[in-house]
Design a protein around this ligand. Structure first.
Ligand code: GLN
Length: 304
C-alpha cells in the first residue's frame, strides 16, 4: 500500500475545504492556538512513518490522554476497574453530569470526563507519585523522553474548570471518588495537558495495533484480551455522542481531544494521528474527521 501518495492526496484534498469548526476557547490557553494548523502522521506495523503539514509540532492532546490513563489503570488493577466505570456509550456530551445520579456515580465509560475522573482517582490511589509515575509510564511505553505536561495549559484549565470541579465533587458525593477532589482534579488537568506531535502520537499508540505489545521493546503493555477491549472502547465511546458518526464516516477505533487531535488505530496495520484545532459542535476536529474519512475510503482500510 502506498500510504505516502494516499496521505498526500487526502491532505491536499482536505487542506482547503471550508472549516466549519471553532477553537475550544473554553480553555483560555487553547484559544491562542493558530486555527490553521493541520498535521498528519502515520506509523505502520513495519515501522514505516510518513507525515505532512504540522506533523512535528506539539499540541495539547487533551482527552486523547484518557486512553493512556485507562491503559495504566487497567494494567495495574485488571478487570476490577469495571466495578467503578462502565463500558457503554453515553450518547451525551463529554462533560455531561446527566447520567451520574441515576447510575449511582458509575460513569458510562472511561472516556467521558466523569469516567476519566474516576480513572484518575484510581491512579491517585495506586501510584506513589501520581503525576511523575504516570509520565514515566508514558515515556517508557513510547520510548520517548521528550513527552511532558504543559503546566500553562493545566493551570489555564484549572482556573475555569468549574464543570470538571462540579463533576468530581458530584461523583465524590455519590461515593465513587476516594481521594480529595483537589488532588484528583490536579492529576486530571495535568493528564489533559500532555503535549505531543502527530508523529509521537502515532508511534505511541502503535501497541494498540499490535495486540497490546510494544513494537520495539516487545514489552507486553496490555494482554491481547485487554488490548482488544481498549480498541472496542475507542470504537464505541472515543468520540462521545459522535462515536456512531465516526464509525459511520471513518470506521476505525480512535480517540479525539479538544486540542484538535485525533488518533486512530487499525489493528495489525497502522496507527494514524491528525491535528487541526477547529472543532465541530461535538468537540471533535472538523478537518481531522474529514481527512480520516477520505483516508480510510481511499486506502479501503477501515475495520469494516
Ligand atoms: N480537558 C478537557 C476537559 O475536561 C478535555 C475534554 C476533551 O478533550 N474532550 O474539558
Amino acid at each position: 500500500m502506498n500510504f505516502k501518495d494516499i496521505i498526500t492526496d487526502c491532505y491536499n484534498q482536505i487542506k482547503d475545504i471550508e472549516n466549519e469548526g471553532h477553537l475550544a476557547a473554553y480553555i483560555p490557553e487553547l484559544a491562542n492556538i493558530d486555527p490553521e494548523k493541520f498535521g498528519v502522521h502515520i506509523t505502520t506495523m513495519d515501522q514505516q512513518g510518513f507525515g505532512m503539514g504540522n506533523a512535528l509540532e506539539k499540541f495539547s492532546i487533551q482527552s486523547i490522554a484518557k486512553v493512556l490513563s485507562l491503559v495504566l489503570a487497567y494494567k495495574l488493577l485488571g478487570k476490577k476497574i469495571w466495578e467503578r466505570v462502565d463500558v457503554e456509550p453515553s450518547g451525551n456530551a463529554f462533560n455531561s453530569l446527566l447520567q451520574l445520579e441515576v447510575e449511582n456515580g458509575i460513569p458510562r465509560n472511561p472516556f467521558i470526563n466523569a469516567g476519566a475522573l474516576v480513572i484518575s482517582d484510581i491512579l491517585v490511589s495506586e501510584l506513589k507519585h501520581p503525576k511523575q509515575d504516570f509520565l514515566e509510564f508514558v515515556k517508557r511505553i513510547s520510548n520517548n523522553p521528550n513527552i511532558n505536561y504543559c503546566s500553562k495549559i493545566a493551570e489555564s484549565e484549572k482556573k475555569v474548570g468549574y464543570r470538571n470541579i462540579a463533576l468530581c465533587n458530584f461523583i465524590k458525593s455519590l461515593g465513587n471518588i476516594n481521594n480529595e477532589p483537589d488532588e484528583v482534579l490536579d492529576f486530571y488537568f495535568n493528564l489533559c495537558s500532555l503535549e505531543m506531535n502527530c508523529k509521537e502520537l502515532s508511534e505511541l499508540f502503535l501497541f494498540l495495533s499490535n495486540n497490546g505489545c510494544c513494537t520495539y521493546s516487545k514489552e507486553e503493555i496490555l494482554t491481547e484480551r485487554q488490548s482488544k477491549r481498549i480498541n472496542a472502547l475507542m470504537q464505541t465511546c472515543g468520540f462521545y455522542d459522535e462515536s456512531g458518526e465516526f464509525a459511520f464516516e471513518v470506521g476505525l477505533p480512535g480517540k479525539s481531544g479538544v486540542g484538535g487531535g485525533i488518533v486512530a488505530v487499525h489493528p495489525d496495520q497502522y496507527t494514524i494521528a491528525v491535528w487541526s484545532p477547529k472543532l465541530n459542535k461535538n468537540g471533535n476536529s472538523f478537518k481531522g474527521m474529514a481527512f480520516l474519512e477520505a483516508f480510510t475510503t481511499q486506502t479501503k482500510l477501515s475495520i469494516f
